[in-house]
Design a binder for this molecule. Structure first.
Ligand SMILES: Cc1cc2nc3c(=O)[nH]c(=O)nc-3n(C[C@H](O)[C@H](O)[C@H](O)COP(=O)(O)O)c2cc1C
Length: 327
């Protein structure tokens, strides 16, 4: 059955045939993944972290746009507070949607709007939601604490989703813990206009994550993740303290996640830990390096293309029909 959203909803405005957004994931979602998701009818997004080289950015954005379908990019507000230059480069490629998350989105949102893009913001608590309800944000992405990568660890996806849907007529997307057609059906039934999915796409063929990280995600269970700032402290990445990251538990997090003060002291006294974790990242040593992933790692099997994932998620329609007929 084909999907035909009303023209006033977000998927209709973006011309999507599936209400599926691949989360912008620095280190995992480059142009190839974004183009594959967009080609499959969803919205592909490129994840842009701090310190990215302009030639890398130009190449990935061109790749994302090459599908000829709508696409987007996600940037971090705290990184853009240093310089809006990465956003300027992004906007030259004319994305349809720009995600600005983790910090004050004001300056970036206004610049993206002026360039004709819709602006999305991920929210992780009540105060974030109030900020996203201001006029400069078009799309509210509720991002629960079960989600992979950085964000808040305060409220789970479902309470945040209900709160947001009760408070706004703006399009709301749900993120955090959604990885199957059942999960997509659940959030659409509640009133979300789409699902913003990270972990399952991070394990896809087109993801730029190292093969060993993808295998680790595919092999993990739902309770094999940890929310921690330990990896950022060790790498000396200046993430604001309120945004830790959810990653697979490993030897490094088992040693340090509950001992952050000692880790901080160790990092300040000698470069050894930072050098070791940087080397572990280069070598894709998943026992020591962060593998960012959410609780939905436990329902992610890996080894699939993005098109296969989108086709599988499109099965949400059967779940919605089954529920509707039961009730
Ligand atoms: C590997 C990884 C990297 C991420 N990087 C970013 C990022 O660069 N920018 C961003 O806005 N969100 C990032 N996120 C968070 C996602 O946007 C999203 O909130 C999350 O993946 C949703 O939860 P899920 O992983 O359970 O699907 C990342 C998530 C993962 C798993």
């Amino acid at each position: 059955m084909s999907f035909s959203p009303a023209s006033d909803d977000l998927c209709g405005r973006l011309g999507l045939t599936q209400p599926i957004f691949n989360a912008p994931m620095a280190g995992a979602a480059g142009g190839r993944l974004a183009a594959a998701v967009s080609s499959a009818g969803g919205l592909g997004m490129v994840g842009i972290g701090g310190g990215v080289a302009t030639d890398w950015l130009q190449r990935e954005l061109a790749l994302a746009a090459s599908s000829g379908k709508p696409w987007g990019a996600g940037l971090m507000a705290w990184v853009l507070s240093e310089s809006l230059e990465p956003l300027r480069v992004v906007l030259e490629h004319r994305p349809n949607l720009v995600g600005i998350s983790f910090g004050d989105p004001s300056a970036a949102a206004s610049m993206a709007r002026d360039a004709g893009a819709l602006v999305a913001m991920q929210v992780g608590n009540h105060a974030d939601l109030q900020r996203a309800l201001e006029d400069d944000i078009d799309v509210v992405v509720v991002r629960g604490s079960e989600g992979g990568g950085h964000g808040r660890n305060e409220v789970a996806t479902l309470p945040l989703l209900q709160l947001a849907l009760d408070q706004t007529e703006k399009p709301v997307l749900a993120a955090g813990g959604i990885a199957t057609a059942r999960g997509v059906a659940a959030v659409l039934a509640a009133g979300a206009q789409g699902a913003w999915i990270g972990t399952r796409f991070a394990a896809c063929t087109e993801s730029t994550s190292p093969a060993r990280a993808k295998e680790a995600i595919a092999g993990a269970g739902t309770d094999d993740t940890v929310y921690t700032r330990a990896f950022d402290i060790a790498q000396q990445v200046p993430w604001p303290a309120e945004f830790g990251g959810r990653a697979l538990r490993n030897q490094f997090s088992d040693r340090w996640a509950d001992d952050l003060e000692a880790l901080q002291a160790e990092v300040a006294s000698a470069p050894r830990i930072t050098e070791a974790i940087d080397a572990a990242r280069r070598d894709a040593d998943v026992a020591q390096a962060p593998v960012y992933a959410g609780q939905s790692a436990g329902i992610t099997h890996g080894g699939e293309t993005a098109a296969e994932v989108v086709a599988d998620l499109a099965g949400f329609r059967a779940h919605l029909r089954a529920s509707a007929s039961r009730w």
